[in-house]
Design a protein around this ligand. Structure first.
Ligand SMILES: [Zn+2]
Length: 467
């Protein structure tokens, strides 16, 4: 194993910053301090003027996911390599059983797919259907396989959506196992109704996607999920919060002490629904994801929720498709594969929009990109902290360096980017993933299969949301 000394930077954690050198040895952080000596044979990286921070944890990706008649464009290798190029050193992906497929069978398939990952990875399990057998298998998932979070869909009627009765049963099962409940919160019944209505009105273009998923649908489902989790008494994690109504519901619940954690995506801080009116089908369809980008005004509401601590984590919902794949929905917006990329750009966009504008401190940036996800998903102390003994997952960010984001220069395996042409200031120049120097100033050295599976422990009865 290699030894690396990162010299002369400012080390930032979610609790503070100080000028210090960091020594990585055998995949762990071996020392942090002033003027550390470089051991014989160590690689030395001089990073004066730069920040040294924990590697990003993206708690929400969908590598290699089969969806709507095609497969997401990044596999676990290309997707995690792109992640490393953007400073993310851990992903949490979703195992998605087919209807009727037992979760352990699906897990085996995902474990095999993910074995080519370049960075460490763990899994959540999607509760894509419900039965006694599924419920029984959850105990083994939690206790034997390190799956400690389960995602429930309140949307996608006829595919993933569960009725309230089954949501309540699933939430109770999670509570009994000490697992975290995650929800995709949109009202699937209303969306199914609106999709038919919008199509009947003759709108088949990507604009129909936004028109059929208004923000109220997210607000209602978020409040319903919070209410159910509250009464069942299980902690709740709301993925990809995009709507002001949803952020309000989470804020109110947290103020009265409910155990609710909210995640948002950088896109929801910056991109509005005007993209669905683009003349180019490729551009409009390229932005089709669920929930959709929201009307102007929601972005500011989501920013305020991030600034005030209502929202605690950022993910990407990384699920990119090529322009050709998106054209499956050329004549019907309900057939456009849902998803956008972003695992590579999350840290850059958040730093540029958040830290450069003064809305986020570097410490809060670390909390939002790494530390809070490690807490929410029980990855501490190995991940999300820059401390002696933790995994040597870290990044160097040069706050003066600039770059233009573009599909033509990204490592994500697609020909589209929602960030096309965006000029950012603050660039990840180096990434260490468990001590391996995988991103070296523009040189991507990601290795197929170098990442390891991260089994996670349940929280048990003691769990309370403190982030
Ligand atoms: Zn997702």
């Amino acid at each position: 194993m290699t030894t690396t000394l990162i010299r002369g930077g400012t080390v930032v954690t979610e609790r503070g910053r100080r000028r210090a050198d960091v020594l990585s040895r055998d995949g762990r952080i071996a020392a942090i301090g002033d003027k550390l000596e470089a051991p014989a044979g160590a690689e030395v990286i001089d990073v004066g003027g730069c920040y040294v921070m924990p590697g990003g944890i993206d708690p929400h990706t969908h590598m290699q996911l089969p969806m709507m008649g095609t497969v997401m464009a990044d596999d676990f290798f290309t997707g995690t390599a792109a992640a490393a190029a953007g400073g993310t050193t851990t992903i949490l992906d979703f195992v998605g059983p087919e209807p009727g497929q037992l979760p352990l069978e699906a897990l085996a398939i995902w474990r095999e797919r993910a074995a080519k990952s370049a960075v460490d990875y763990g899994f959540h399990m999607t509760v894509s259907w419900w039965s006694e057998a599924f419920s029984a298998a959850m105990a083994s998932l939690v206790n034997d396989h390190g799956i400690a979070s389960f995602k429930f869909f309140l949307a996608y009627k006829g595919r993933l959506m569960l009725p309230d009765e089954e949501l309540i049963a699933g939430f109770r099962r999670c509570r009994d196992l000490g697992a975290l409940v995650q929800v995709h919160a949109e009202n699937g019944e209303l969306i199914a109704y609106l999709q038919q209505k919008v199509l009947a009105d003759g709108i088949t273009s990507p604009l129909g996607h936004a028109l059929s998923r208004p923000s109220q649908c997210e607000g209602e489902a978020t409040l319903r999920a919070i209410t159910m989790a509250d009464i069942v008494d299980v902690p709740l994690y709301v993925v990809h919060v995009s709507a002001a109504e949803a952020a309000d519901a989470i804020g109110q619940a947290r103020r009265r002490g409910a155990k609710v954690i909210g995640e948002t995506l950088p896109g929801f801080l910056a991109i509005d629904d005007v993209v669905y009116r683009a003349e180019s089908f490729d551009i409009a369809a390229g932005h089709v994801m669920s929930p959709p980008y929201r009307p102007k005004g929601h972005q500011e509401a989501i920013w305020r929720a991030v600034e005030t601590g209502t929202l605690s984590t950022t993910g990407t919902d990384h699920c990119c498709f090529t322009k050709a794949q998106k054209r499956l929905g050329l004549d019907d917006f309900t057939k456009i594969p849902n998803g956008c990329g972003g695992v590579e750009e999350r840290l850059h966009v958040l730093w540029h929009l958040g830290v450069n504008s003064g809305r986020l401190t570097p410490e809060r940036f670390v909390a939002l990109t790494s530390a809070n996800a490690a807490k929410a998903f029980n990855l501490r102390p190995r991940k999300g902290s820059l401390e002696v003994g933790a995994d040597a997952d870290l990044i160097v960010l040069d706050p003066e360096r600039t770059r233009t984001l573009s599909a033509s220069t990204q490592h994500q395996n697609t020909d589209f980017s929602v960030w096309e042409g965006m000029q950012i200031k603050g660039v990840v120049t180096h990434t260490l993933a468990r001590g391996r120097h995988v991103w070296a100033d523009g040189d991507l050295r990601a290795e197929r299969g170098a990442g390891s599976y991260l089994p996670r422990k349940p929280f048990g009865a003691a769990y309370t949301a403190t982030i």
